[in-house]
Design a protein around this ligand. Structure first.
Ligand code: TXA
Ligand code: MG
Length: 331
């Protein structure tokens, strides 16, 4: 199969719609990462997404809709605070998990009685979702466990030959996946951190918890249990307070003849040779926006990537640290 990258326009959207109507999958941009979309009502099409990505069959998908879509066609929306969250943050990088009313095929949620719904703010995503006029189930458009794509080229690297069409909407501005927040209970619970922080949600809803799976419990967001976002090169992660250890490791590996790069925040970069630093930047938003781009660059350039965790851990950084830790995890 030949994979085409096309700018978003009448011709490419019409082609995208035809592919989805035939049960195929199309990659499209969002403000967080690129998605791999299929018709959420078509079981075979949704099965195709899992096959294309090599995704574990127990990790549910998010359904994407345009901003005027009536979500009551998809879910029971019975929590007043959920409405407040939608008004405050949507369209935007916040996915809400509701009780499903069974309008999309069961495979989307892997048999759970809930459904995750997202309204992306990216203009190209909105155009696409309005044009195809259907609920679109979409995970990130990468091979399972690899780094999520933040450009059409990243999608192409992973999915070339596996899909027909990548809609190109430029580089994603957000850089990490949406916050996933369960709104089925008395108060919101963050299942995956992202650009809408738990603190921001608490401000609007009055309360917000961050879900921590208890040992032995069946996880509420099945995606959490897998290694993710990993570059193809080896990685080593150092705590923010252990910069000296990272410097020693850098010197040791370089002396062995290895090509070592360092991923770190602005503050820390002076400890390493300038040409070997992948600079995450300074502000929280910059670090989120740069993370996957730099992990992609790291795997292209390095034998081994040393990452030094940024110091700040709350707010948006909870999401950045979560992705970085998983990208550098053992298995
Ligand atoms: O920003 C994003 O969310 C991107 C773009 C493409 O929209 N999508 C994305 O999808 O990151 P994916 O499939 O890579 O991650 C979906 C996450 C997983 O952690 C999954 O476990 C969780 O959402 N999820 C989906 N449906 C769920 C449900 N019904 N209950 C709990 N967690 C759910
Ligand atoms: Mg993903």
């Amino acid at each position: 199969m030949v994979t085409h990258i096309e700018q978003i326009g009448e011709a490419s959207l019409s082609r995208a719609k035809a592919i989805l109507e035939e049960g195929g999958a199309v990659a499209f941009p969002t403000e967080t990462v690129y998605g791999l979309g299929a018709d959420a009502r078509n079981d075979a099409a949704v099965a195709g997404i899992y096959r294309i990505k090599g995704r574990p069959s127990d990790n549910p998908l998010i359904v994407h809709v345009h901003k005027d879509y009536d979500i009551e066609k998809l879910v029971y929306d019975d929590r007043p605070y959920a409405k407040k969250l939608r008004e405050a943050f949507l369209p935007g990088p916040l996915t809400l998990v509701y009780r499903s009313c069974g309008a999309v095929c069961g495979r989307v949620s892997c048999g759970l009685d809930t459904l995750a719904v997202r309204v992306p703010s990216h203009e190209g995503a909105q155009r696409f979702l309005r044009y195809v006029d259907m609920p679109v189930a979409a995970p990130s458009a990468n091979i399972s466990k690899h780094i999520s794509p933040v450009s059409a080229e990243h999608v192409y690297e992973d999915l070339n030959g596996r899909i027909e069409l990548i809609l190109d909407g430029g580089r994603c501005s957000g850089g990490i996946e949406s916050t996933v927040c369960d709104v089925t209970g008395e108060y919101p619970v963050v299942l995956r951190s992202g650009l809408v922080s738990a603190e921001m949600i608490a401000e609007v809803a009055g309360r917000c918890e961050i879900y921590v799976p208890k040992s032995g419990e069946q996880v509420r967001s099945p995606g959490m249990k897998y290694k993710h976002y990993a570059p193809k090169c080896s990685t080593k992660l150092f705590d923010a307070s252990k910069v000296q250890l990272a410097v020693d490791e850098f010197k040791k590996l370089t002396a062995k003849g290895m090509n070592v790069y360092v991923l770190c925040e602005e503050d820390v970069k002076a400890f390493f040779p300038k040409e070997k630093v992948l600079d995450l930047g300074e502000s929280e938003r910059e670090m989120a926006a740069n993370l996957y781009e730099l992990l992609h660059e790291g795997e292209r350039l390095a034998d081994i990537l040393i990452a030094v965790e940024p110091k700040k851990k709350d707010g948006i950084m909870a999401g950045v640290i979560n992705r970085l830790t998983k990208a550098c995890a053992e298995e």
